[in-house]
Each structure stands twice: as C-alpha cells, then as structure tokens.
Design a protein around this ligand. Structure first.
Ligand code: GDP
Ligand code: IMO
Ligand code: MG
Length: 428
C-alpha cells in the first residue's frame, strides 16, 4: 500500500499544490475529491508558475492519470478554459484526465444565487469565492434541483429538467432580488450540451476506475482542496466551505476507503492565513501582519483578495491534524518569517478567563478566544537556499521542533520557497 493524501490543516492555501506536485512522481494517479474552482493550487518549476483550480496538480505531468472524482462540483466552462490554458502552454490534456459522471454540475443560477445571498448578509457575509460552490452542494443535498455530469449525456431529459429547475430558480431569484434578470433555460441547455460534448472523452465512472487502479497496484495521491478548518462539519461554521475539506472527505468524495491510504500528510504554513470572513484568533492587524503578507505574497490565487495573516495557531492546526488523522507534517513558507526578530506560536486560548487547548465548536467562542503565546527568537537569516535540515539556524530548528511538539506529529517536509527545488525532506 503506498497511496498518500495531502490535506491542509488550516484555512486553506497552505501550499498543498506544491507538495502534491513534489509527490506526483512517486504515484500513478492524482485524485481531487471535493471542492471545485474555489481552489487555487500553485506549482512552480523551471521558472514557470502554474495555478490550478479544478484540474488536479497531476495534470501537469502527462504520464500521470488525473481524476476529478465524484465529490467535486464542476463548472464545465471553467474546466474547459483551464484545460485550454494548459494546452496553450504546451501541456497536453487528453485521456490522462478522468471526470466522474457522478459529480455535480454548477450552473449560472448557482453563481447568481450565491451573489444575492452573500450580498444580503452584509458584514456577516461568508466571504465566499462566488463560484457557486455552496449553492451547488446545497442543491446536491436537496436533490430536486441537482444535475450530475452523467445527466448531460441524456439531452432530452436534461433539457426538460433544466427547464423546470430554471423556472423555479427564476421565481426564487426574483423574490430575493427583484432586479435579477431571468435566466433562459434553453440557452443554458444549449451551452451546457456543448460543454458536455467537449468533455465527453474524459467522463468515466471514476470510482470503478480507482478501485481497479488499486487492485492493479497503482499508487494514488489524494489532493485535498481548502483546509480542515473550512470543513463543512468540523470547521468554523458558518465561515466554512460547503464540502468535507478535512481528511474526512476523502472516502465520501472519491469512493476509496481511507484504509487504502498509507500516509496522510498534513500541510501547514509556518504561520496562519485566512481569506474571507470568520474569527481568526492569531490575526495580526499590524505591521507584522503586513510584513508577512508582503513577503509571503499573501493574495488569493483565485480571487486576488489580500489574505488575512497571523501567527501560527497550534490549537487550530492541532485540531485540524486530529480530525484529518494525519501522520506527519509538511511545514511551508518558513522563509517568509526569516526577517522577524521574534516569532510567536499560539499554544492555548483563554476564553472568558479559562485556559483551553480545545478548539471551540462555536464561532462566538472562537471570536472571544485570546491567544496564549510562546515566543521564540527569530533566526534573521535567509533560509531559502538551504536544502538540509542540519544546515538550518538553531532558532529555525527550534521553531520547527515547537510546531511538531505542539501538534504531536513529526515534521517530514520543510518548504523554504515556492520552487520544487526549495524543499527539505527531513526523512525519506
Ligand atoms: P494551496 O491552495 O494550498 O495549493 O496554496 P496556494 O497555491 O493558494 O498558496 C501558496 C502560495 O505559496 C503559492 O503562491 C506558492 O507558490 C507559494 N509557496 C509555496 N511554498 C512556498 C514556500 O515555501 N515559500 C514561499 N515563499 N512561497 C511558497
Ligand atoms: P485552496 O484549495 C482558501 C474560503 C473562501 C471563504 C470560504 C467559503 O486553494 O486552499 P466557498 O467559495 O468555498 O463557498 O467560500 O472558504 N475558501 C478558501 N480559502 N483556500 C481555498 O482553497 C479556499 N476555497 C474556499 O475564501 O472564506
Ligand atoms: Mg490556494
């Protein structure tokens, strides 16, 4: 058994894309199993930067099979344009990409409805990526308004169902936002049947494919999107995404039981970031937060929004590690902290005078949590060119040791820059 999962333990953007890319050559199949084009995974090699949203990172290597499994919600237009972008950069995307016929489809009304709902929340907006992710997952759970990829290949029933759904959505949207223009079902159906034709070569029963691949001894690499603290069930609800973005989602999203995975890698930044709304106890609304944002180029891959930045929160990441069941840690963007005199780690929260290392289940409690910090000296040296842990300044090693101790998992990978090369494997 040598399948691996890469899971973010914070609020997303932990640099999962870099780790998936690094591990791809030791695997045969890369699987995205939840989320959609709300994700933005960056890979840098040979001086080139690639930003992948719906396509698994494995798509960058044509010898690998990439699977968009059942738990992903698919905007076919976005997917086709991403495929086109890769092709225009000389990366072929052909039968090496498989898309689940059970995956649900994002339609224009999902995007319009999400915008209306977000706008109506005012200061309490979730701060979504406005890609129709949550509204599509809601329709999946509700079933009556859901359309799956496989349905697109039955044009007559698809047209009839879409007409019914769009009729109901138009009534709903008019009630919520009277100025919304009604959507035209026939036009959407024509458009989506066109996308379906273009994607047909990729569409498959991916669950069956993955089981056959396992039986044939192939090594699967599961590429998590978002992060454990954005998990619909276990994250900072309602400031979460609408899928199981912790390790919990692997089984349901791919159809592959977790017992087939021999190594779960938890990816964390050496500090914390968050995009969108919701409490963030270690947030730094000061010059240190701005310094981290500037040095780490902390602007959203998908929306370009500035990311909120703060100290490493071991209570939050430790909780992420426990719910995801990770075996080890990959600590990313350590280089970003190199110029700081002192670096703090949140080891506990104080809520209403009580000290706790439990991650609160209610956002109101998390919003009142005051971080208890352990402060370590900075290393004040560029680490981006180092490739062996033994060469790291003692302060940097002490910082990594603290993170491992507080989370209770060993550090296996340390990243000191965006490039593939800027990586230290602590244990092979
Ligand atoms: P993902 O969504 O988890 O794949 O992460 P993103 O791609 O959204 O954000 C991570 C960002 O950090 C990207 O711009 C990466 O190129 C960059 N990055 C990855 N590892 C490192 C690192 O070790 N140091 C620095 N400075 N940047 C990194
Ligand atoms: P990757 O895979 C960081 C956040 C949004 C918002 C919340 C809900 O690149 O780590 P949604 O559009 O999913 O309904 O938005 O989740 N969010 C992410 N934050 N990284 C991501 O993906 C994210 N995907 C969604 O900012 O707060
Ligand atoms: Mg990202």
């Amino acid at each position: 058994m040598s399948s691996t999962a890469v899971i973010g333990l914070q609020w997303g953007d932990e640099a999962k894309g870099k780790i998936v890319d690094l591990l791809t050559d030791r695997h045969d199949v890369v699987v995205r199993y939840q989320g959609g084009n709300n994700a933005g995974h960056t890979v840098v090699f040979n001086g080139q930067t690639y930003k992948l949203s719906l396509l698994p990172v494995g798509t960058l290597r044509p010898s690998i099979t990439s699977v968009i499994a059942t738990g992903v919600v698919i905007n076919p237009q976005a997917l086709l344009s991403e495929i086109e972008q890769l092709r225009s950069r000389g990366i072929p995307v052909g039968e090496n990409l498989l898309i689940s016929d059970r995956a649900h489809v994002i339609f224009p009304y999902h995007i319009v409805e999400e915008a209306v709902l977000e706008d109506s929340r005012g200061v309490n907006a979730i701060g979504t990526t406005r890609r129709g992710i949550g509204t599509c997952y809601r329709d999946k759970a509700g079933r009556s308004h859901a359309i799956r990829i496989g349905d697109l290949y039955h044009p007559d029933t698809f047209r009839a169902r879409l007409e019914e759904i769009v009729g109901q959505k138009n009534i709903l949207l008019k009630a919520l936002a009277p100025k919304t223009q009604p959507l035209d079902a026939a036009k959407i159906a024509d458009e989506y049947l066109g996308y379906a034709a273009a994607l047909k070569v990729h569409v498959a029963d991916t669950t069956s494919y993955l089981h056959k691949a396992l039986a044939a001894g192939k090594r699967l690499l599961f590429e998590g999107a978002q992060g454990s603290l954005l998990d619909l069930d276990h994250g900072t609800f309602p400031y979460v995404t609408s899928s199981s973005s912790s390790g919990c989602g692997i089984h349901s999203g791919s159809g592959v039981p977790e017992r087939n995975i021999s190594r779960m890698i938890g990816v964390v930044k050496a500090y914390t970031t968050r995009v969108g709304g919701g409490p963030f106890p270690t947030e730094l609304n000061n010059e240190i937060g701005q310094h981290i944002r500037d040095v780490g180029r902390e602007y959203g891959t998908v929306t370009g929004r500035p990311r909120r930045c703060g100290w490493f929160d071991a209570v939050a990441a430790g909780y992420g590690a426990r719910i995801s069941g990770v075996d080890c840690l990959s600590i990313m963007l350590l280089d970003v902290l190199s110029q700081l005199d002192q670096i703090s780690i949140c080891t506990a929260y104080e809520i209403d005078g009580e000290r706790t290392t439990d991650f609160p289940s209610q956002v109101e409690d998390l919003a009142r949590a005051r971080p208890v910090y352990r402060t370590l000296p900075g290393w004040k040296r560029d680490v981006s060119t180092l490739r062996r842990l033994a060469d790291f300044p003692a302060e940097a090693r002490a910082y990594l040791d603290s993170l491992a101790e507080l989370i209770g998992k060993p550090v296996e990978i340390v990243s000191v820059g965006p490039d593939r090369e800027q990586t230290v494997f602590c244990k092979s």
